[in-house]
Design a protein around this ligand. Structure first.
Ligand code: XCC
Ligand code: SF4
Length: 625
């Protein structure tokens, strides 16, 4: 059968993307969509999760004719093991990022860096008190030392519970305890996942799935949560501000630098360096009007939340941003950075700079960022970008759009601030049915979908139904480009949400940060549950990742479900080769943890089903539907 080749319009809903896809074709640049065509159809064994490569008696692939691997493992065991390793990878990504944050905090605490400092001292002290660390009358850096040590202990094997376990409602902790799902330590759960999935260990699929959940809970309630809290402490807790989004944030007359990756430790320094008057003067001396910084993906979210740096695009826009021909340099840390960016950059004058030893790219220049050289390295990178400006081929530059305004910065602290210091007004609005519930739409782009079609339409459908939407990660850019992150978007919301958001002056879709910042949503859910004296699973909440692609997104979905938040995915992970695992994910988990996964590629149908769930939860709480 001939392969169906998608038209440009079928690839993305956005005009900026479509123009750049056309330009990419003209310029002879290959993109993720082209490579998806080459890779399709995908391997059925891989797709359904029944290919095992865990030892060299195999690889084994399960079929009707060969239902067992050489060792005797069946499809259920193989699927569960593959899923376990998949989410262990995602949890490792978030949590290792968290570890880098702890190391940064420790360096600051010990006075070993001049480039970083504690920006939100009040938050540092608040968390110290929350975790029972001595705080009163002590110097800030002394408290920081203890907090860093406390956080490090979450990665080891000596704890029975994570530091932030106290944030989890009692009912939820009991559920975890009874299921053997209580996360003990980040590295421990990840290492144990690798152990369990070695040949000849955990050969009970359901048992492996329980540990998968435990591994992801360690990510959500420790690795990611620690990353978020420390980033706030070091770089400031986000507060509402306005910024702009789409490829139109690139500036034709300026040196354009893009930051891409996840950890603000690099991008925050770049953000400072681009404002250095000496470097701006240098740029002007080279004929540019100035230096322009914009973000991509999650490090873009981090910078946007805290500094209001504009967002050029999400995951599938990263190649297309370079296709504008206007980007001098792209500086990356880690995660979600397509190796193809080096190649695309080489088609133009765009230089790619890597900064982390654990994420090097062949063909990119490596400028290693460390805690004691952040500013020096950032200045070096900015100078490289300025030097590149002269090599720009002006005839090949095309910046395709006018930027769209958006509001960002809704940390829980900001949300509480907007509510006047307590959750009561929100709870009252929920009880009155003006805000019927809340849904976190998170995660990625995936070229298997028309880019952002599901992300945007799901958000639109939910706010119509008076369901507040919270966004993080790459969905942020989608919602922002659709104009949903502006207070005016309440016109598209139901009357209840319109009234509440209108009174508060906030959009009906709130940007809560990067992917590690989904921890903010966990914390908010727990606060609401505790306030109402119920479990998280009793709340009219849901999660969704319509266009997800990454191991990290699967880890997020899993810790959401294990935390009691029903979670929608546009497509299943590679588990469909096991009926047992699939049934557990779609249904069985409900009995165990009070929430499960819901798979639905159509955003309109997904909204319907999420709404049903919220309706049910509301009725159970004795509220109107
Ligand atoms: Fe990556 Fe975080 Fe997904 Fe975007 S949303 S594609 S994981 S950058 Ni995290
Ligand atoms: Fe095959 Fe078992 Fe080895 Fe997997 S662990 S490759 S199923 S023999």
């Amino acid at each position: 059968m001939a392969k169906e080749i998608k038209t440009i319009d079928e690839k993305s809903i956005w005009d900026d993307a479509r123009q750049m896809l056309a330009k990419a074709a003209e310029d002879g640049v290959e993109t993720a969509w082209d490579r998806l065509d080459q890779q399709s159809p995908h391997c059925r064994f891989g797709e359904s999760g029944v290919c095992c490569r865990n030892c060299t008696m195999g690889p084994c692939r399960i079929s009707k004719k060969a239902p067992l691997g050489v060792c005797g493992a069946d499809a259920d065991v193989i699927v569960a093991r593959n899923f376990g390793r998949f989410v262990a990878g995602g949890s490792a990504g978030h949590s290792d990022h968290g570890r880098d944050c702890i190391e940064a905090l420790e360096e600051v605490a010990h006075g070993r860096t001049d480039d970083y400092a504690i920006k939100d001292e009040a938050k540092l002290r608040r968390i110290a008190v929350e975790l029972g660390l001595p705080e009163e009358g002590r110097a800030t850096l002394e408290v920081a030392k203890d907090l860093a040590a406390e956080f490090f202990s979450n990665y080891g094997s000596r704890r029975q519970e994570l530091s932030f376990a106290g944030r989890v409602p009692r009912q939820r902790r009991d559920i975890w305890q009874n299921l053997g799902m209580t996360p003990r330590g980040v590295d421990r759960e990840i290492a144990e996942m690798m152990h369990r999935t070695h040949m000849g260990c955990d050969n009970d699929a359901a048992n492996t799935m329980i540990h998968s959940a435990r591994t992801c809970l360690a990510d959500g309630w420790a690795g990611s949560m620690i990353a978020t809290e420390i980033s706030d402490i070091l770089f400031g807790t986000p507060m509402p501000r306005q910024t702009m989004v789409n490829l139109g944030v690139l500036k034709e007359e300026q040196v354009n630098i893009l930051v891409h990756g996840h950890n603000p430790i690099v991008s925050e320094q770049i953000a400072l360096a681009v404002n250095d008057p000496e470097l701006i003067a240098l740029a002007k001396a080279k004929g540019a009007a100035g230096i322009n910084l914009a973000g991509l993906c999650c490090t873009g979210n981090e910078l946007m939340m805290r500094q209001g740096v504009p967002m050029a695009g999400n995951h599938l826009m990263t190649e297309l941003a370079i296709v504008t021909g206007a980007v001098e340099l792209i500086v990356v840390d880690y995660q979600c950075i397509m190796p193809s960016l080096v190649t695309v950059g080489n088609c133009y004058h765009t230089k790619m700079v890597t900064t982390a030893d654990k994420a090097r790219f062949k063909g990119a220049e490596h400028v290693k960022f460390e805690m004691d050289n952040g500013m020096e390295q950032a200045r070096r990178v900015v100078k490289m970008a300025i030097e590149r400006f002269g090599r720009r081929d002006r005839g090949r530059v095309k910046i395709p759009a006018e930027p769209v305004q958006m509001m960002t910065g809704f940390s829980n602290e900001a949300l509480l601030g907007a509510l006047g210091g307590s959750l009561t007004p929100l709870i009252e609005a929920i009880k009155a049915g003006k805000v019927r519930g809340a849904v976190a739409i998170v995660g990625c782009n995936n070229p298997k979908y028309q880019q952002d079609y599901c992300n945007v339409n799901l958000a639109r459908e939910l706010i119509k139904r008076d369901i507040l939407v919270l966004v993080t990660g790459c969905v942020t850019t989608a919602a922002g480009k659709a104009g949903l992150l502006m207070p005016e978007a309440i016109n598209q919301a139901g009357s209840g949400l319109q009234e509440i958001c209108g009174a508060l002056g906030v959009p009906p879709v709130l940007h809560m940060g990067s992917c590690v910042d989904n921890a903010r949503i966990l914390q908010l859910a727990a606060l609401l549950a505790n306030e109402l004296g119920v479990d998280i699973a009793d709340l009219p909440l849901a999660g969704s990742s319509p266009e997800w692609y990454s191991e990290k997104a699967a880890a997020i979905g899993t810790y959401c479900v294990a935390s009691g938040i029903h979670t929608h995915l546009g497509h299943p992970p590679n588990i469909t080769g096991s009926e047992l695992v699939t049934n557990l994910a779609l249904d069985g988990l409900n009995d165990l943890v009070g929430a499960s996964f819901l798979i639905e590629p159509d955003p309109f149908k997904a909204a319907e089903r999420i709404d049903e769930r919220i309706r049910e939860r509301r009725l159970n709480l004795g509220l109107s539907a």
